[in-house]
Design a protein around this ligand. Sequence first.
Ligand SMILES: [Zn+2]
Length: 66
Amino acid sequence: MLAMEHHMIELEEKEDVQPLCPHCSEPLERIWYRKLRGLLGCRFVYFCSICRKSLGVSHRKGFWMG
Ligand SMILES: [Zn+2]
């Protein structure tokens, strides 16, 4: 249980610093997304509006499915 303490990361809100795209290193002023439809429900893929590389996929199921 003591080892857990080494993994603690402080969460701090930062509204004056722009996150950078991990692919093109441009500031992410806008994130584009597309809806993905499938058997598992509705998800979204998020991507950089500058280089269009994917930043991640939401793991949330469709809101109509709960
Ligand atoms: Zn980018």
